[in-house]
Ligand binder design. Structure first.
Ligand code: 26Q
Length: 786
């Protein structure tokens, strides 16, 4: 697109959409006009891509979550239009940053799993792979977080308030979805997924739920206004709001409705396309399509697929089940047993009785097979899909899926050897590993243009953006002082930018010359933000005792949303902010360390935090974090990891060298050994530092608003036995952080560690991950359009 076309387009859309000219236009109006101008420009390629994909085999990603973040900057960059647009705007006296910042994040996901889906969509487009994304167009995404007096509060997210210029409503492709007690419409909204440096444009199709009719005319005429629109409201409730991640999810009827709504609409869409292409022969439906289930959330797709084939297309149950077995793949994202999804049989029966019948039939097939293989009754029980009047979604997914995968090597090994060992023994050939990845476009090229330009300069071209393994080519500069110097200069620049942003968002000043030690992720006990906080509190006391303590000036930054009903997680937020206040109000310590809890951590905030970091805190209890992807984002922005040997940390240090990172703590096998005799109280009694910091939870040092929440934290560590081994890792944590501080003194040595992380990050590109899914599970091929 030429600069002139951009100018004309923006003016035209401002006129027809808002009735204004540029001089009166609001920032969001310019954002929308610009987005529509670009959208208009890509429609042909987009349609072309869809048509071309339809002719061959496609994979379909079914996910209840897509944590997309902002679109404009990424789309401009991927199209190679960023600089032109920046110039056009600047000639009109408009700052492109302001226009980018006005865009609301599309926060249709909780965290890692949703963001992974977003990275996968971008990567598949970039490498020309025919992957369609299916999800729900929640009217309200993940809640916005505020911190008031140190307590987390929540309010609704309204991401659609300025409209959503990047999506197109496709009324003509609506589907009808039937529940036992209501019938609704699923309306698709398509968003283009623009690849980097390719004409291919993939599609993310999100379904909105609407009533069959707007209101009941007769009730309205009889002045029963509320009742006349009640069906409309009930329908719209289905896609109204994203559920926050809750491991204790029992009885959420609406969540179950959402799941069925998503999978029924998406499968009907796939079947519609199949019929248009090959007619009513369903023999080969799994030759043309594959569906990847992003965790168990969309697992109802399995019985629904069989139902659609059997009840609506006249296929036999046996054939339909056979088809399903080569049609689905299942990705597991969690090891926490309590997080495995189960649904009460009565709920399923109430909403979709026929689906329950099919699940029962599938369960029978499973039993038949196990009996044939001479499993005894007791053993069969473990595998059952229905047990104790609950449907176990993971069992359903594993039995029917062609492939089951974990998301990092360690995670997959734990699935195979422990959590799902019974299934692994039954179907060893189904189990695969697909280590997660991140898109280098958003997580380096876009969020760290300074470092990107430097890399391009050193490597001589931008090929690394599409072939991240080329970063290895930087290794030859590892002893080049000028290069290392420049790397640290860029780091400093990004820290200054982050400090400015934090000033703007939090009203808090931090010193960009201090060491930025950052832990950003959802709040959960297993992620152990509390361990980090207890460490900092101990450090505070040590500085009080010894004002000459030799540590670099350090800023500890936290960002994390707690599930609204998760009392302990919320208590940890309050505890961190109490420590922050204690330090700020103490002259002896305030100039040496500082704690900041940034509120409302989200994709757009993350894009500022990763590049401005000195240390990546990844300290989950070994064996609990399936993979982590934030760890990869730090690494790609040249930041060493301080972490346990958990999830993808293991592979990160394998790639970049243990000597370039800070690994501490119990390993999975250590925990295995001590778990039966672990006594957290012993640590409390024998370690005065631990006693000192834990006592602050009950001795009135801090204020929890008389909620008893801090005492509850105290009890979790002592009375309840510290199930995440914080106390066992406390001293190891402390020693390792000492090592960090000592190492940081030698600036050149530090720079080398940063650099080693950068040039070894190539394997964590989601392009690599997607390529593996394509080759090893989906069996789809690159399909570049002309
Ligand atoms: C469950 C019930 C009701 C409502 C919501 C949920 C729910 C929603 C989201 C349960 C779990 C999730 C998300 C899980 C998740 O993000 N897991 C993370 O997935 C990442 C990508 O694979 C991994 O890197 C992380 O290690 C893993 O924690």
């Amino acid at each position: 697109m030429k600069k002139e076309d951009i100018r004309i387009g923006v003016n035209r859309y401002l006129k027809v959409k808002y009735g204004v000219t540029l001089k009166d236009a609001k920032e969001y109006e310019i954002f929308n006009a610009l987005s529509l101008t670009v959208l208009e420009d890509i429609i042909e390629d987009w349609n072309n891509t869809s048509c071309t994909y339809n002719e061959g085999r496609c994979a379909n990603y079914f996910s209840a979550e897509y944590l997309m973040g902002r679109a404009l900057g990424n789309n401009l960059m991927n199209l190679g239009l960023y600089d032109e647009v920046k110039e056009v705007l600047s000639e009109l006296n408009i700052d492109i940053n302001k226009i980018e910042e006005i865009e609301e994040d599309a926060g249709l996901g909780n965290g890692g799993l949703g963001r992974l889906a977003a990275c996968f969509m971008e990567s598949s487009a970039t490498i020309d792979m025919p992957l369609n994304g299916y999800g729900i167009r929640y009217n309200n995404g993940l809640f916005n977080q505020n911190v008031e007096e140190g307590f987390q509060t929540e309010c609704e997210d309204n991401w659609l308030k300025y409209g959503d210029p990047w999506s197109i409503r496709k009324e003509a492709e609506a589907q009808i979805i039937e529940f036992a007690d209501m019938t609704v419409k699923a309306i698709p909204y398509d968003t283009p997924i623009i690849g980097y440096g390719t004409k291919n444009i993939n599609t993310l199709r999100l379904w909105k739920c609407e009533p069959m009719k707007e209101f009941d005319f007769i009730l309205f005429n009889n002045q029963k206004y509320d009742k006349s629109v009640s069906l409309k409201n009930r329908a719209e409730d289905i896609s109204r709001v994203l559920y926050p991640n809750d491991s204790n999810n029992e009885g959420k009827l609406l969540r179950l409705r959402q799941q069925y709504f998503l999978v029924s609409a998406s499968l009907k869409d796939i079947i519609r396309k199949h019929k248009a292409k090959v007619g009513t022969d369903f023999q080969n439906i799994s030759e043309n399509n594959f569906v990847q289930l992003n965790d168990t959330h969309p697992t109802l797709a399995i019985p629904e697929f069989i139902r659609l084939l059997v009840d609506e297309e006249g296929v036999s149950f046996k054939d339909a089940l056979e088809s399903a077995k080569s049609f689905f793949g299942y990705t597991n994202h969690t090891i926490l047993a309590e997080a495995l999804e189960k649904w009460n049989v009565n709920l399923i029966k109430k909403l979709f009785p026929r689906v329950l019948e099919i699940i029962k039939d599938i369960d029978k097939e499973l039993i038949k097979e196990l009996k044939k293989k001479h499993y005894i009754r007791e053993k069969i029980k473990e595998f059952r899909i229905i047990a104790d009047r609950q449907v176990r979604m993971a069992n359903l997914a594993i039995f029917v899926s062609k492939a089951v995968n974990g998301v990092a090597k360690l995670h997959t090994d734990i699935l195979k050897d422990k959590e799902l060992n019974n299934w692994y023994k039954l179907y060893p050939e189904k189990f695969q590993n697909k280590t997660n990845g991140i898109t280098p476009r958003r997580w380096l090229r876009l969020c760290n243009t300074e470092l990107s330009a430097f890399i391009t300069d050193l490597l001589g071209n931008e090929d690394w953006v599409k072939h991240l393994e080329l970063l290895k080519g930087l290794k030859k500069f590892e002893n080049d002082d000028v290069v290392l110097e420049k790397l640290m200069q860029i780091k400093h620049e990004k820290k200054v930018q982050l400090a400015d942003y934090i000033k703007q968002e939090e009203g808090i000043e931090i010193d960009p010359n201090s060491f930025f030690d950052i832990q950003i992720k959802r709040l959960h006990e297993y992620k152990r933000q509390l361990l980090n906080a207890l460490y900092i509190l101990d450090l505070y006391y040590r500085i009080k005792e010894d004002p000459t303590l030799d540590i670099p000036k350090t800023t500890f930054i936290f960002g994390a949303k707690a599930f609204p009903g998760y009392r302990r997680a919320k208590a940890i937020v309050k505890f961190i902010t109490q420590i922050a206040d204690l330090i700020d109000n103490d002259k002896d310590v305030a100039g040496k360390i500082k704690v900041v809890f940034v509120h409302n951590y989200r994709v757009s905030y993350a894009q500022k935090l990763f590049p401005g970091s000195d240390l990546s805190k990844q300290i989950s209890t070994a064996g609990k974090e399936a993979s982590g992807t934030g760890n990869m984002k730090f690494m790609l922005n040249a930041t060493p990891t301080f972490g346990t040997l958990d999830g993808a940390n293991v592979e990160i240090v394998q790639e970049s060298g243990e000597e370039n990172n800070f690994i501490f703590g119990l390993k999975v096998e250590d925990i295995e050994k001590i778990k039966d005799t672990y006594d957290s109280k012993k640590y409390y009694e024998e370690n005065p530092s631990i006693k000192r910091v834990l006592d602050t939870l009950i001795d009135g040092t801090f204020d929890d608003g008389e909620s008893g929440d801090f005492e509850d934290l105290y009890n979790s560590l002592l009375e309840e036995g510290d199930q995440y081994y914080l106390l066992a890792d406390f001293d190891l944590f402390k020693q390792e952080e000492e090592k960090v501080f000592a190492t940081y003194k030698d600036k050149r040595n530090w720079a080398k560690k940063c650099f080693a992380n950068l040039y070894n990050a190539g394997t964590f590109s989601s392009d690599r991950t997607i390529q593996q899914y394509c080759d090893e599970i989906w069996n789809i091929k690159k399909t570049p359009i002309k």
